[in-house]
Design a protein around this ligand. Structure first.
Ligand code: MG
Length: 252
């Protein structure tokens, strides 16, 4: 099969979140709110407990529809539990959320071989990026930090589209924009459910990257964790093995 396009997941496929500290992000968010005289007497541990309760609840609510709910909505709902009414469009809320993502962006990393690998693949294939990310502005800042946008012909993020992987809409959107068929496409990702199950169902060839970030992340969303019963076409320990694997898939 002569493939025309390769679509990548972002988190723990192209960039690594293994150094990311969720507490640091949440503390920055709370500090920013407290700076504006909101939740001044709330202890961090209490704020954290309520935040994760709301987050879990929201993912459960949308598990069957795979709707992506904006991160601002999550924080607004958390504040409601403390009897604060801050609309999800409020500038104060935005500022606090930007503080959260500034801490996230500081701690994520990329392996040095990834940008040249993408540049090389781009000579032969159309490249796409499909990411589950509930805060589009944080997503774009993440890409800009590593100057990744230049490698992709199309980028689709759940926070803008309104659907999360493995919903077929998000994959179809990328295929449409790339102007390729699913069968002409390879999907590369680290989540068996979001990436491999989702892409395979549409008929793409799938490459599972066994980066351990997601599976070691104690805050990963339940339901996106392994084990999930789907067989990728190929599994590789890291992206370094990708060019060779593509050559093998081309021949099969
Ligand atoms: Mg991922």
């Amino acid at each position: 099969m002569q493939f025309k396009a390769i679509i990548f997941d972002l988190g723990d496929t192209l960039i690594l979140t293994d150094q990311w500290k969720y507490d640091k992000c949440l503390m920055r968010l709370l500090e920013s709110l407290q700076h504006e005289n909101i939740l001044v007497s709330t202890a961090y541990e209490e704020f954290k407990r309520v935040y994760f309760e709301v987050r879990e609840q929201m993912y459960l609510e949308h598990e069957s529809t795979l709707r992506e709910v904006d991160f601002c909505e999550r924080i607004s709902k958390t504040l409601e539990k403390f009897n604060y009414k801050l609309n999800s469009k409020s500038p104060l809320l935005k500022k606090a959320i930007e503080a959260f993502f500034s801490a996230f962006i500081e701690d994520i990393r990329i392996e040095a071989y990834v940008p040249p690998l993408l540049a090389k693949l781009r000579e032969k294939y159309k490249l796409g990026l499909v990411s589950n990310f509930a805060y589009p502005s944080g997503f774009w800042s993440t890409l800009h930090r590593f100057k990744l946008t230049r490698f992709f012909d199309t980028i689709v993020v759940s926070g803008e589209l309104g659907f999360r992987k493995p919903h077929q809409k998000i994959f179809e959107e990328a295929l449409k924009k790339l102007d390729v068929k699913a069968t002409e496409t390879i999907f590369v990702g680290d989540s068996l459910k979001a990436d491999i199950y989702g892409a395979k169902r549409l008929g793409m060839k799938t490459v599972f990257v066994e980066n351990v970030g997601l599976r070691k992340n104690p805050y990963a969303i339940a339901g996106e964790l392994d084990p999930f019963s789907v067989e990728p076409d190929v599994a590789i320990p890291s992206l370094q093995g990708l060019p060779k694997i593509i050559d093998v898939l081309q021949l099969s």
